[in-house]
Ligand binder design. Structure first.
Ligand code: SF4
Ligand code: SF4
Length: 460
């Protein structure tokens, strides 16, 4: 018996056919104003990505995420796992900046700066159009393409993906290591990095050859969050329905009382995610402005004003005033400014070494023959610099406390961690309720100072 199954009237998703198969998108190319600007931005970003691992600031790589050594260098500053406060502030600030940018400018990141869009639209798609014979105009290849062209295209893709994944690895191991591994050793000597490069190359090939717009539509979490981050005042790419409708073809538009949209379907043909922006803002729209460019071209040809599809806001498209300043943008801005302030303050007051105090073994405290109370502490020192360092320490508080056993200075090798044991003696009278506060003062040879606080244990 045949089950009654509802048949969709047309494809449910822009890239899905009735039968569930993938509808391949071959977007037409519009070389309008926004495309020209986006191309400049894209090639600058490609150059930045390729060159950044080679740039050094203050003798350190501009960016190095050294997972093995657990050191993260950003523009001259090296962060260690102990910098959790800075890392937390950095991550929260980054998220707030994304929220703020999206609330104000919509999907500007997706359309202009996301690596997926940049490489897909300005590296891989142009190569595809070159080999498929549609360079400069896009759309589906008209005749059967010679197999050598397809093979050559994938060969070029592979070389680019290999290069990109090697550059990606350089952000984690540094260009010097990468260069040495590539030119002076075999993959068997360094199987892990080799496997990482092979895996990332495979992922990129899968993405740029096959997955493409599906990453934006179903794979990217940022894309899915859009609906909560945008509001009616956010900048979006929108179709001016009041101006465009009723759409229709033909001359004598006034007599027929037609709107500005000539229903040429070109805004759909250029869309890399295959949607029709005339149906309103959709989750699939990555804000690439290709529909703006092509529609402006159509408006020019039909002697109508540009901007039927344009950067605007839902409020403006509905004929209401757009509010740039609104509670969510103010809250985001205040929070971002405050967090950046805290980050800069913590960073600039940070000394190039870390100190952590631990209680030593052998009981909580001892009483000396003179009646003083002694605590054994372990001082963990991390030298964050690239040179040898010697740290001196003394007790600031309580006033009469001293280090009676263990050196009062400790050398630590560059980037190394050392554990130093000291015995601290304090007068019995300073203890209240079984403890007293300790302030240990640690200075390096440059007189940079850290004060570590701890509790000494003693009698009640
Ligand atoms: S490109 Fe412009 S005129 Fe053509 S269908 Fe789209 S909105 Fe209408
Ligand atoms: S609707 Fe326009 S801006 Fe959005 S993805 Fe399609 S072409 Fe780009």
């Amino acid at each position: 018996m045949e089950l009654p199954v509802l048949q969709p009237e047309e494809h449910v998703l822009s890239t899905l056919e009735h039968d569930g198969s993938r509808r391949w998108i071959y977007p037409k190319l519009s070389k309008g104003v926004f495309w020209q600007y986006r191309r400049v931005v894209a090639y600058v970003l490609v150059a930045v990505y390729a060159l950044l691992p080679f740039v050094e600031i203050g003798g350190k790589p501009a960016i190095l995420l050294d997972l093995a050594a657990r050191e993260f260098t950003f523009f001259g500053f090296t962060f260690l796992p102990t910098d959790t406060l800075l890392l937390a502030i950095f991550i929260v600030t980054l998220f707030l900046i994304i929220f703020f940018a999206t609330a104000v400018a919509g999907r500007v990141w997706c359309g202009w700066a996301c690596p997926q869009t940049v490489y897909m639209e300005f590296v891989f798609r142009p190569i595809e159009r070159l080999f498929m014979g549609t360079a400069g105009r896009g759309l589906k290849p008209r005749q059967a393409v010679a197999p050598w062209r397809i093979a050559a295209m994938y060969a070029v893709y592979l070389v680019i993906c290999l290069h990109l994944s090697n550059m990606f690895l350089a952000y984690f191991v540094g260009v010097d290591n990468l260069h040495r591994w590539i030119w002076t050793s075999t993959p068997f000597e360094h199987p892990a990095p080799f496997a990482i490069v092979a895996f990332i190359t495979g992922l990129m090939m899968f993405d740029f050859c096959y997955w493409r717009e599906q990453l934006c539509i179903i794979g990217c979490p940022y894309g899915r969050f859009q609906s909560v981050m945008l509001d009616r005042s956010s900048c979006i790419i929108g179709y001016d329905e009041r101006r465009g409708e009723p759409r229709g073809r033909g001359r004598d538009r006034e007599a027929k009382q037609l709107g500005n949209c000539v229903d040429c379907h070109l805004c759909v043909d250029v869309c890399p995610t295959g949607i029709d922006i005339r149906n309103g803002l959709q989750l699939e729209c990555i804000g690439c402005a290709q529909c703006v460019d092509i529609c402006d071209e159509v408006m020019d040809k039909t002697n109508q004003p540009r901007g039927l599809i344009r950067y605007s806001s839902q409020q403006a498209l509905d004929g209401e005033p757009t509010k740039l300043v609104r509670p969510r943008t103010i809250i985001y801005l205040v929070a971002i400014t405050a967090l950046i302030g805290v980050f800069v303050t913590v960073l600039t007051n940070k000394v190039p070494f870390d100190v952590t105090l631990f209680r030593g073994g052998g009981g909580s405290y001892q009483t000396s023959e003179s009646g003083a109370i002694e605590n054994v502490l372990r001082v963990k020192l991390v030298n964050r610099e690239k040179t040898d360092a010697v740290y001196r320490f003394n007790v600031e508080v309580p006033a009469d406390a001293t280090i009676v056993e263990g050196d009062t200075s400790a050398p630590v090798a560059p980037g190394a961690t050392a554990m130093h044991v000291v015995r601290i003696s304090a007068p019995r009278e300073v203890f209240r309720g079984g403890k007293t506060e300790l302030e240990l003062r640690i200075v390096n040879e440059s007189n940079q100072l850290a004060i570590e606080r701890f509790f000494l244990l003693g009698p009640y």
